[in-house]
Design a protein around this ligand. Sequence first.
Ligand SMILES: [Zn+2]
Ligand SMILES: [Zn+2]
Length: 341
Amino acid sequence: MALYADLDALRASAADVRIVTSDGQSIAAHSYVLASASPVLEKMIDRAWRGGGGGCTIRVLGVPSDAVLAFLHLLYASRVEEDVVAAHGPQLLALAHAYRVGWLKRAAEAAVAARLTPDRAADMLKLAGLLDAPRLRAACARLAAKDLAAVEASDGWRFARRHDPALEMELLQMVEDAARRRARWAKERASQEAYGQLADAMDSLDRIFASGDTAAEVPSSTSTTECEQGLRLLMRHFATCARRAAPGGCARCRRLLQLFRLHASVCDRPEHEHDQPCRVPLCSNFKARMQAEKADKTWRLLVKKVTRARAMAGLADRRVPEIVAMSWARYNSSSKWAKLR
Ligand SMILES: [Zn+2]
Ligand SMILES: [Zn+2]
């Protein structure tokens, strides 16, 4: 086989070790190559020499001889050869783990993870546990979370169900963890959106009362945002609401008051600026109240998050200075990065 020509050539020189495989094949090799590549093989060779008997024979068992040949080929080459690693991924992962060849273990783990299919996920998860391969385990978890039905239909899963309940449990646990993570992300996204809307409302209040027109009048101008129009309608409702002072109050009015209070919490217009006082209703009242009594923790957190959402929105809207835009364009057009985009 051409692939192993270099190994064959080296073997033609003075080989001093005989490797015996599970299927009874005997492969000649060089002790200095094996010992320098693997501390485990080094010890095995040492022991074999000390044992006497006029030769050095070591057994590499548990995988077919073509995988042992590929393993030896890579040890002789002392570098990753993608096609060889891909052809014998799981076996090389096992050998590299057992004989402590770190670089080969990492390459084989990556190769197996990259070629993972639903029908092999259960078996490869088992292998990842046995061979201490966390990246392969993570790849199995991702695949099971993405396509549980296909993984469940595989022979490996069915075997695990019958004979390896711990493995089945582990897979189910990983799927559940992934689902819980997804739910948490969705919740975080939703709350970010809510803070974003509040930040929007704060900007709208600023705009409405900066322009000086009567807040409750919906202007004919088409430049107003949906949020701004909603606020104007809410304020018109507030002005005429009969239930505002009724027992239990009115939810819409309460909401508007909360928005005014939130505005006062984020309003940075100085308190006693005589020429241009803040025109947002109740701003100075709420500010006075805030000075008298400290707001509760939940409210302070809300204010912090809305402030951050406003700052983020401000950053996103800001025009990028030309010099930055130019260097960004240059950076992106260089071929090295272009393919990463
Ligand atoms: Zn009302
Ligand atoms: Zn204000």
